[in-house]
Ligand binder design. Structure first.
Ligand SMILES: *Cc1c(COP(=O)(O)O)cnc(C)c1O
Length: 434
């Protein structure tokens, strides 16, 4: 399968090229050239299939031409080696809990899949070490570091702003050792990002070593997120609910997650419509309402993984719908909630249903509560475990939040970092000698 750039001025790329490059040379995002419909017989029996078997069918449809079936099966099983339960929360509403992976957030799925795929391509070529650079403001670093942990032939360098990530977040990428190095940058997240960008543009560095990014725009990170939409449908089929009117609410920041869901729908998954649930960063909602897209600076909220003012996957959504505002609004509606509304939702769902949301899931839950129509069955994606936002959540519900053993284990590890000034020459010197 070939992948084309949404900007359409770069040549198409193989899967391997698209994965190694991340962004196309014309700064566009890669899209699969064909979106194949899965035969309807698959959906008739999906309720009887396991998560691994469902994901393999989907993965094979996407990647089957490029990866042999036993390798693909291994990658899929290794990516999805945790539960993704669908939990009833109130009438006709279900939480798809995507937080049972290694770092308790949905980014684990894409990060692990990408890590294994990159490891596979690299091993097949047998050419030295690939260096993955990732700048993080918190959550991406932990998902990528844990996804790539112990993957042969790959070294990961996580750059994070010193003193600006939470203790729990920091523990998730500074205590791993092995092929993961955490760089504690004396600066801001923007400085970290600038260092990574400079590294990719430095000719001497790129001649001396193989550099790549594990950015969320990578096709190998974004497409595998499709698996769990199919799995949610299978669980609804098993539960015997009406499958004709399913609406999925997705807490959205860079819109990679929802975009994977939209492609799943295009492959035949019977989801009636999507709701893109936003915090106060609402450029997408504005686009839905007005047809014009005006990116702007993000504002800080308590659902901070969604603080994005110019969602990178917007280009993919436009492309998928042939730039038709009408077609986009037929499939997707939007909403935006401020911190006060997020807090009120989290608290009332906890009080009434005994279900503890995290601030991101709360945004999506509220979208269903307000916008589900009669006869619809709603699924909202619970993208992170509430303990990842312990202080915020405890303050809202006024009770202690239990920290899962997996998360507590990170806190017990020993922190090890390389201190780095926010200047490129120092970073370059580090890379040249790593
Ligand atoms: C990254 C993230 C999101 C947003 O996902 P996108 O794919 O960027 O839209 C939502 N919730 C949590 C917890 C996240 O970490």
């Amino acid at each position: 399968m070939r992948y084309y750039s949404t900007n359409k001025t770069s040549p198409t790329a193989s899967l391997k090229e698209a994965v190694v490059r991340g962004l196309a040379p014309d700064r566009g995002l890669y899209m699969p050239e064909r979106i194949t419909t899965i035969p309807s017989a698959f959906f008739k029996h999906i309720g009887e299939m396991s998560l691994g078997d469902i994901a393999y069918v989907v993965a094979n449809t996407l990647f089957g031409e490029d990866i042999d079936s036993s390798t693909l099966k291994n990658i899929v099983n290794d990516t999805l080696n945790f539960e993704i339960p669908l939990v009833k929360v109130g009438n006709d509403r279900y939480a798809l809990e995507l937080f049972h992976g290694p770092t308790l957030a949905f980014k684990d799925v894409g990060a692990r899949f990408m890590a294994r795929l990159l490891g596979y391509f690299n091993e097949r070529e047998g050419r030295g070490t690939v260096n993955v650079l990732v700048a993080t403001s918190g959550d991406t670093g932990s998902a990528v570091a844990n996804g790539f942990l112990n993957v042969e032939g790959v070294k990961v360098h996580v750059l994070y702003p010193k003193g600006k990530v939470s203790k729990i977040q920091e523990a998730q990428f500074t205590t791993l050792g092995a092929n993961i190095t955490a760089l504690e940058v004396d600066g801001t997240f923007d400085d970290c990002q600038a260092l990574v960008k400079s590294a990719f543009m430095d000719k001497e560095l790129n001649e001396a070593m193989k550099l790549t990014s594990a950015n969320s725009i990578n096709v190998a990170r974004f497409l595998p997120q499709m698996f769990y939409y199919f799995h949610a449908y299978a669980q609804l089929a098993r539960a015997g609910v009406n499958l004709d009117n399913i609406v999925v609410a997705v807490p959205s920041g860079n819109f990679g997650n929802i975009c994977a869901g939209l492609i799943a729908k295009r492959m035949g998954l019977p989801i009636k419509r999507f709701i893109a649930a936003n915090n106060r960063n609402d450029v997408f909602l504005e686009y839905l309402l007005t047809g014009s897209y005006n990116p702007r600076k993000s504002v800080a909220t308590i659902a901070n993984a969604m603080d994005v003012g110019d969602p990178s996957n917007f280009a993919r959504i436009l492309d998928l719908y042939g730039n038709s505002h009408e077609a986009i609004t037929a499939d997707i509606s939007g909403c935006s909630y401020d911190d006060g509304q997020i807090k009120a939702t989290l608290r009332s769902v906890y009080d009434t249903d005994g279900y503890l949301l995290d601030p991101h899931g709360a945004v999506a839950y509220r979208a269903l509560a307000e916008y589900m129509r009669p006869g619809e069955v709603g699924v909202f994606l619970e993208t992170a475990h509430p303990a990842k936002f312990k202080d915020t959540v405890e303050c809202i519900i006024d009770r202690p939040v239990e920290v899962p053993a997996k998360l507590a284990a990170f806190m017990k590890g020993e922190k090890s970092t390389v201190k780095m000034p926010a200047q490129f020459p120092a970073f370059k010197k580090y890379l040249m000698h790593c």
